[in-house]
Design a protein around this ligand. Structure first.
Ligand SMILES: *Cc1c(COP(=O)(O)O)cnc(C)c1O
Length: 421
């Protein structure tokens, strides 16, 4: 799998990995998505990174979390580890990173020697723990079992400068991607763990994750109440309270409550816990920081009625459009022919692989006259898009460019459906 990277629409096309300009270098003039399509006529899926949008989003989120609870924002790297994305977030003031593998530890440390890394996977390999601590300066580790605590103690040679955070299990929530079953210590076990980490670490805390694309602000308040009960029962002082990620973004046909509602719920929940003044609140947003910052341009290979065969799919950057059924805002790009004034219609997509599961139900709203050869831009694909690409069936090439556009959101005109019987 590889990305074809180009600095801007005026740079020559480059195959393989080419550098994206570093922050602080001379400003590049970025093309619009439409200009880039006209120039490259891309036959591969084209990821369009909006560095300014990413930086602005990060700046707003960091400011909102600071205003709510004066806490630290840890970017969940798994959501989009693309270096250009990480650089834009750093530019927007993100200094803490939630990393979950040695690969993520290395990537972020190599890019930002000053970054604070928090190893937030509750089940880590021994060599990964050792390398993270000894070579990469990681001090904070999450855990949800006594076995993991033992591993961390052994692989850090009984270090006395650790931050140990106990991941709590939450009751099954109503997030679109429910993560409640996989990780986390149940209440009684969490009490035991909190007492155990208090014996060995100068900095301890609790964390939870309400689940991705959580649409209900009160979920954070409920989780905080549960966390408070467990901490009180353990009878320990905590230094860190980590409310996790899950902050939602809009997709086609779905508008979540504003971010401010989530911040207010967290502020209320934290205030009720009556924590010692030194306790630091963390959060771990992924999706909310990066979704709007990247779109994907695909090409229509064939049309059959209201089904479009496109050059990317569920084994590429569109896995969320498969079984999870996400609908991304869409717009037609047709640089070399008239746009026409066709009314919008709903389309479903097939991806390029030979697997019939490579199907995206949608509906995706596009002008009714969309045809083979047209390009389509799909918005809100910065989160869990490009990083999930596979090389299945040889469709392993994608292009990566930086653009000047604002986020591609749903256009109001596209809410009317005209679908042939
Ligand atoms: C995936 C993950 C996140 C990020 O979740 P988003 O829904 O993208 O905000 C944060 N914390 C943990 C522990 C995760 O597993």
């Amino acid at each position: 799998m590889g990305f074809i990277r180009s600095r801007s629409a005026v740079a020559p096309l480059r195959r393989g990995i080419a550098a994206v300009p570093a922050a602080g270098s001379t400003p590049v003039r970025r093309p619009t998505v439409g200009q880039a399509v006209a120039l490259h006529r891309p036959e591969e899926p084209m990821h369009c990174i909006r560095p300014a949008v990413l930086s602005d989003t990060a700046r707003c989120f960091v400011a909102a979390f600071d205003a709510a609870v004066a806490g630290d924002v840890l970017y969940a790297v798994k959501c989009n580890p693309e270096p250009a994305v990480l650089r834009a977030l750093w530019e927007g003031g993100v200094r803490h990173f939630d990393v979950a593998s040695l690969g993520e530890v290395r990537l972020v440390r190599q890019m930002f020697p000053q970054a604070v890394l928090h190893y937030m996977h509750p089940v880590k390999g021994r060599q990964a723990i050792r390398a993270a601590y000894q070579q990469y300066g990681v001090r904070d580790f999450v855990l949800d079992s006594l076995e993991e605590l033992e591993k961390i103690r052994e692989e850090t040679d009984g270090a006395e400068d650790l931050g140990l955070v106990v991941r709590l299990a939450l009751p099954k929530g109503n997030a679109l991607h429910d993560l409640s079953g996989k990780f986390g210590a149940a209440a009684a076990e969490a009490v035991t763990l909190l007492r155990a980490v208090r014996q060995v670490a100068p900095r301890i805390g609790v964390s939870f994750h309400v689940g991705s694309q959580m649409l209900d602000p009160s979920a954070y308040e409920r989780a905080l109440e549960l966390a408070g009960g467990i901490v009180a029962e353990a009878g320990v002082v905590i230094d860190v309270l980590d409310v996790g990620g899950g902050f939602p973004v809009s997709y086609a046909g779905l508008t979540p409550p504003p971010l401010g509602d989530f911040m207010a719920a967290i502020a209320r929940g934290v205030a009720k816990l009556d924590l010692p003044a030194h306790t630091r609140v963390w959060c771990e947003p992924g999706r909310a920081l990066v979704a709007a910052g990247v779109s994907l341009v695909v090409q229509v290979m064939k049309r059959r009625d209201y089904v479009l065969y496109i050059n990317d799919g569920v084994y590429g950057s569109l896995s969320d459009a498969g079984v999870p059924g996400f609908r991304f805002p869409a717009r037609l790009i047709r640089p070399f022919a008239a746009m026409g004034d066709a009314a919008p219609a709903g389309f479903s997509f097939y991806g390029p692989t030979c697997d019939s599961a490579d199907r995206m139900e949608g509906p995706f709203h596009l002008p009714a006259d969309v045809k083979a050869g047209d390009w389509i831009e799909l918005g809100q694909l910065g989160a869990y898009g490009g990083c999930l690409r596979t090389a299945f069936n040889g469709f392993d090439q994608a292009r990566l460019i930086e653009v000047a556009d604002r986020p591609l959101l749903e256009t109001p005109g596209h809410t009317v459906l005209v679908r042939a019987a």
